[in-house]
Design a protein around this ligand. Structure first.
Ligand code: MG
Length: 276
């Protein structure tokens, strides 16, 4: 199932995207509430077309910060360390969080924040959403905690992330979390997932990888983190980006107002946003 959140006649609604159109759910629960309840609501019986609606991020207001992995693709680790030698990955996962009061919808604008950054960058990623409260998860049971997958563009201000020693500020400016177009339930993918993910800037392919290249797997991450912290259902964990980000080029190729960033993941869809 491809679960979506959308605006229809001025109201925020949820439903399923199918080949026959959008089938809205009954009720006014957010997708986050639906995931937390563990129950997929009944349909209203309507069928809407994409022209009738405006897509929002599937979880437009996450409950907490998005949990992110840094340098979880070997090829990206090399380019990151070239940019800033501090960014070398040792044999432990790199975790950070991304403050996201509101995720940017498909088609939404990425603010350039020119007063704060001259090094605006993109990172196409596949994120997973936890479907049940998770504590002390074992490797064997990790997959049962995966509700589904979505695309996240982990937009980054490289100068801020370097200046402040930690990623938090440089990853968390308003509009830095484009997400969507949907959450695809985990049953539609193999486990561990092998989802090709690509990024295009103004039509030029910059990133091309697959989730099978993750250095640390979903099971690694869930087992490690939940040994010491409970991850509530609805938590979003973004698993890192392949090589080809702007800072990896020589000279770097950062985003500027007017640029279009298109993130694609096979089986999930397309997330396209314009910088302004
Ligand atoms: Mg990232």
């Amino acid at each position: 199932m491809k679960l979506i959140t959308f605006l229809h006649s001025g109201k925020e609604r949820t439903g399923v995207l199918t080949d026959m159109g959008i089938l809205p759910f009954q009720g006014e629960k957010s997708l986050l509430s639906v995931i937390k309840s563990g129950v997929i609501p009944p349909f209203t019986g309507e069928s809407l077309s994409m022209e009738d609606v405006r897509l929002l991020a599937p979880i437009s207001r996450p409950e907490g910060d998005i949990v992110c992995l840094g340098m979880n693709f070997r090829d990206h680790t090399v380019e990151a360390a070239r940019f800033d030698p501090v960014m070398k990955r040792e044999n432990k996962a790199v975790y950070f969080s991304k403050r996201t009061p509101e995720a940017t919808p498909p088609g939404g604008k990425i603010p350039a924040h020119r007063d704060l950054t001259q090094m605006l960058d993109y990172e196409a990623e596949v994120a997973f959403v936890i479907g049940r409260d998770a504590a002390n998860v074992s490797p064997e049971e990790a997959r049962e905690f995966v509700f589904g997958y979505t695309i996240l563009n982990d937009v980054s201000a490289r100068d801020l992330q370097t200046a402040h020693k930690q990623f938090y500020f440089g990853k968390s400016l308003d509009g830095f979390a484009p997400m969507g177009p949907c959450i695809v339930t985990a049953d539609e993918f193999a486990y561990p997932p092998d989802i090709p993910v690509r990024c295009f800037v103004n039509g030029e392919k910059r990133q091309d990888g697959s989730t099978r290249q993750w250095v640390f797997s979903i099971a690694d991450v869930l087992c490690e983190l939940t040994r010491g912290m409970t991850l509530r259902s609805g938590t979003i964990i973004s698993m890192g980006t392949p090589a080809g980000v702007g800072m990896g080029f020589s000279p770097p190729r950062y985003l500027k107002p007017g640029d279009t960033v298109r993130c694609e993941a096979d089986g999930i869809g397309v997330l396209e946003n314009t910088v302004e």
